[in-house]
Design a protein around this ligand. Sequence first.
Ligand code: TYD
Ligand code: MG
Length: 462
Amino acid sequence: MSLRVSMAGKSNKADRTIYECSACGHQEAKWLGRCPACGEWNTLLAVRESKATTAATGQGGQHRQSLPLSAIDPAEAARVPSGSTEVDRVLGGGLMPGSSVLVGGEPGIGKSTLLLQLAARAQVKGRVLYVSGEEGAAQLRLRADRLGLKRPDLEILCSGDLAEVMLVLERLKPALFIVDSLQTMLSADAGAVPGTANQVKYCAMELSDWARQHGSVCFLVAHVTKDGLIAGPKAAEHIVDAVLLFEQTESDFRFLRSSKNRYGSTDEIGLFAMGETGLQELSDPSSIFLVRRDGAAPAGTAVAASWEGTRCLLVEIQALTVTSKAGLSRVYSERIDAARVSRVAAVLEKHAGLKFSDQDVYVNVAGGMRLLEPGIDAALAVALYSARTGLAVPAQSCLAGELSLAGELRPVRRMRQRVKAARNLGFGRVLGPAEVAAEKDGAGGDWEAVASIKELLARLFK
Ligand code: TYD
Ligand code: MG
């Protein structure tokens, strides 16, 4: 068993800790507040000199020596189901042994709930350890009981001391471990107080290193404030293999997105609803962002067929325009990038003869979903047009397509699947860009193809 300085708390020659400046790479034998080489403050991080020596002598883990590619067993990287189809989806097919995942989100959003469910349900072969620096063991037990979770051999450790956690890891050798949260972990080797960038970075490095060397999966929880990632967790982002962000809307829905993923794409989203018994998966969410009404939809709303990762979601976009005061027009849009709203409004002003430059524009998305996909341009344009003119979009119509500055409707990926999803939900009319010739095969190509925003508006409103 090779315990390192930080774990055992005692030093020996082969395992010396040195300090390296994260800005310029300068090395010092002692920790300093300011790097003498580049003058940056708080950039010196502890690194182990032993890394180089053990690699040279051939000691340590199996990854220390180079191997021919063909000699590496691909089974070592086989995915393990996490027990949640939505988490699997976002990670790109399941848990990757040896990887580390940072889960960020605002306090109270459900990170601990999600990870306790994961700890109890992941289909890993081996022990599972849940480290909590925030809650007591009895609290965790109560929560697990309330969630109906069953994994009697789930190990719980309530500690915020990194050295203690590392010792338990060495003893237990878990196949999956969760550290909730990174900000409550403290290592005497990283100086200062818990929660600082240095501490968070150091603890993330130690924990993810351990996971990599032991083929274990590690989840690290990070609290994030409203203004986005605060200094601490941001510092840990490039240490881990994947960064997942847990977001909430005004409803009970929760979105899990990845902003970084070494082993999969980042455009998948996971969808959950927070209920009495924890987080429920929304396995068929295509219609939850639609607004059901008895009568016709009011002016200012349009439905987009949006492609999110590997599935189509139908989402209602809502717009409102009012004459701006003092001649200064503004865009208020949280769910769709405001710059994009301005661009689409400019295209409408130029190609549909509508004046937006004296209007305040408000844009929202039903259910609070954040839309990043380019294919929602057409619906955004139609919602803005409808809001400005007071003409309602005919019932059962749905739109897809990217808008160019020249006013053309550009092709979007997976048009056929979008049409299919819309038809399944009862949309009689789907309007979108003409298909690229090369993709014209298979069934489902029955939508109203339009070439420009002008043509789209003419078809819908006349
Ligand atoms: P929690 O997982 O503690 O959030 P985080 O770790 O991100 O701070 O969840 C907090 C909220 O979730 C809390 O306000 C209560 C709510 N909740 C439910 O609505 N249902 C449940 O089954 C659970 C466990 C929590
Ligand atoms: Mg928590």
